[in-house]
Design a binder for this molecule. Structure first.
Ligand SMILES: Cc1ncc(C[n+]2csc(CCOP(=O)(O)OP(=O)(O)O)c2C)c(N)n1
Ligand SMILES: [Mg+2]
Length: 585
């Protein structure tokens, strides 16, 4: 049967490898791969065989067989953080539903993951026959609403709608930088696709929707006049810049205007912590007093797409920012806080305006501003704990800080690890990766796999709590299988430490965890040639890290923190996050 479609099979990268008349499954896999994605995470299943075959037969794709679907979604999350987008596949019901938590995390943290799922044949579904992975009621529409809730766009594909629906979903997913879902009934997946495919555009060629010229002009005028009037402005660049590839433009904007910047809970390292205008991290009540004063006493706070938290563990940052001084440049709108004598302040929004256009406009206009604002500069924290002493979280934190070199990727798991490591000062080009908003423990181990695959030329260092690691440690076996070489540090404090801390250090049995022999895991999971160490003192930790850096293998370091620590986060940490120096020019 002729599909009427001609797939241009002339791509030297092997991105369009399937025959002139691709099936729906082949077309979907090709089109998503043509964005520039090189890896797929997930597991096969019988309803997904056409999708599975299309992935395996695609010469431009490597399928990393995950140990379970939740882990696949975390790996895809990590890959998308560094690569820009990711692809995963699971089977109907049992597979896709296991991925929902990780995909919801991608919704929250704005990561475009393209999820392909195989469903029973449409004939079977129409006949309401009872099949495995169903609820036995002849219905096959139970799961789509669940998956749709964990996606910004979704489609059920057939041969006649595939071309248009795939473009619609890709366009929305890239616009929103959020996950999307494609369900393909098995019979449709095997049929040739109908229609005319558009010229496939890659991630780097993606263009946002244009701004409305009048709204853009109004936004630029307002921002410029606010900037010119401000005496103590500060910029809060956010993770959204990294999602849309706007970091360089944002850096030039604040350099042109000499405005210092601080980063929020989700935004650490988005512009590089070696930057001369970097002040430190702003976490409301958990900030260094100098950073807190600079942000909370600024007469203009320019937020570049950030999210501010209302909870204790993130310092109630939202409640300390004054709306009247707040100017927020979001991906597709500009929101201004305005002062008004009768009501204390209100906000005004201009849309649709694209953040990239706003930054371009601000770069070309150069507001008239006097010399740069005085600001403090952070310094690395001095080493805590003497070499012979038992490792503690603060001593580990400062040793990780001095161990990191330019360009490293530091993955921090939710828990004491991320609370501690969010306070270190990173070297040039190093990035800090953490699932700060969604905060699902277990994320960091599979995310490290995705991050390492997306950046094979960089060293990836994972620091995870023992409790979190127990949720997803099976991905260590996947790392071994595919030759991934991260440095993994497991903080073995034998409990859900952060939970106990948040409960006021009152010991509870439910915060105790199973005592594993962590350093035995790589060998038990078939990892060949891994460097494994159990370390107890600061000197041993330093030595193991140095060995790991030198070795051309993966490394797994179990840091045994001794008896359960009832206070993993010393309160004094909050006020001596790091030393601050006067401004340098
Ligand atoms: C999926 C999920 N389940 C439960 C929680 C609640 N939670 C947050 S932190 C934490 C304990 C983390 O323990 P561990 O990794 O050992 O960290 P540490 O002891 O270093 O603080 C728990 C259970 C969560 N955030 N995510
Ligand atoms: Mg722990």
């Amino acid at each position: 049967m002729s599909s009427g479609i001609r797939w241009e099979n002339n791509d030297s990268n092997g991105l369009n490898p399937h025959p002139a008349n691709p099936t729906v499954a082949e077309y979907a896999v090709n089109r998503i791969a043509s964005l520039g994605i090189r890896h797929v995470f997930g597991l096969p299943g019988d309803y997904s065989f056409p999708i599975n075959d299309a992935i395996e037969d695609h010469p431009g794709l490597e399928w990393i067989i995950s140990s379970n679907e939740l882990n696949a979604s975390y790996s895809a999350d990590g890959y998308a953080r560094v690569h820009g987008a990711a692809m995963m596949t699971t089977t109907f019901g049992v597979g896709e539903l296991s991925a929902v938590n990780g995909l919801m995390g991608c919704m929250a943290e704005r990561l475009p993951v393209f999820h392909l799922v195989g469903a029973p044949s449409s004939r079977i579904m129409r006949a309401r026959r009872v099949m495995h992975h169903s609820l036995g009621d002849g219905r096959y529409d139970h799961f789509v609403p669940i998956m749709a809730a964990a996606s910004c766009a979704h489609a059920i594909l057939d041969p006649t709608n595939a071309v248009a629906e795939i473009e619609r979903v890709i366009t929305t997913a890239l616009r929103e930088r959020r996950p999307s879902y494609f369900l393909i009934p098995e019979d449709y997946a095997r049929m040739p696709v109908l229609g005319t495919p558009p010229k496939p555009c890659s991630l780097s060629e993606w263009t946002p929707q244009p701004s409305e010229p009048g709204e853009l002009e109004a936004a630029l005028r307002l921002i410029t006049s606010r900037l010119e009037a401000a005496e103590r402005p500060v910029v809060l660049p956010s993770f959204a810049l990294a999602r849309y590839g706007l970091e360089a433009k944002a850096a030039r904007f604040l350099e042109n205007n000499g405005i210092p910047f601080a980063t929020g809970v989700m935004d650490k390292s988005v512009l590089g912590e070696d930057h001369h205008l970097y002040v430190g991290s702003y976490k409301g009540e958990f900030s260094h007093p100098a950073v807190r004063a600079l942000v909370e006493e600024a007469d203009l706070v320019i937020d570049l797409g950030g999210i501010f938290f209302d909870d204790l563990s993130t310092g109630f940052s939202s409640t300390h920012l004054h709306r009247g001084n707040f100017l927020s440049i979001q991906p597709y709108q500009v929101v201004l806080g305005e002062k008004n004598d009768e009501i204390q302040s209100y906000t005004r929004s201009l849309a649709p305006v694209w953040m990239g256009d706003v930054l371009d406009g601000l770069l070309s206009r150069k507001p008239r501003r006097s010399a740069s604002t005085e600001h403090p500069r952070p310094l690395p924290a001095p080493a805590e704990g003497i070499p012979e002493e038992r490792i503690t979280f603060p001593s580990m934190r400062t040793r990780i800080q001095s161990f990191l070199t330019d360009g490293d990727l530091l993955v921090a798991e939710t828990g004491t690890s991320s609370l501690q490591l969010s306070t270190i000062l990173l070297p040039k080009g190093a990035r800090y990766l953490n699932q700060s908003l969604w905060g699902s423990i277990g994320w960091a181990t599979p995310a490290t796999l995705g991050i390492a695959l997306a950046a094979p030329e960089r060293k990836v260092i994972l620091v995870t709590g023992d409790g979190s690691h127990q949720l997803t440690a099976t991905e260590i076996g996947v790392m071994g299988r595919y030759g991934i070489k991260p440095i993994i540090v497991v903080a073995n404090n034998k409990l859900f430490g952060i939970e106990e801390f948040l409960e006021g250090n009152v010991p509870r049995k439910y915060n105790d965890i199973a005592l594993w022999n962590y350093a035995d895991i790589p060998a038990a999971m078939g990892c060949k040639g891994w460097l494994t160490r159990v370390v107890r003192t600061n000197a041993e930790l330093e030595e193991a890290l140095a060995e790991a850096r030198k070795a051309n293998t993966a490394a797994y370091i179990e840091a045994d923190l001794g008896e359960p620590l009832l206070a993993p986060l010393p309160p004094e940490l909050l006020s001596k996050e790091y030393q601050l120096t006067p401004p340098v020019d």
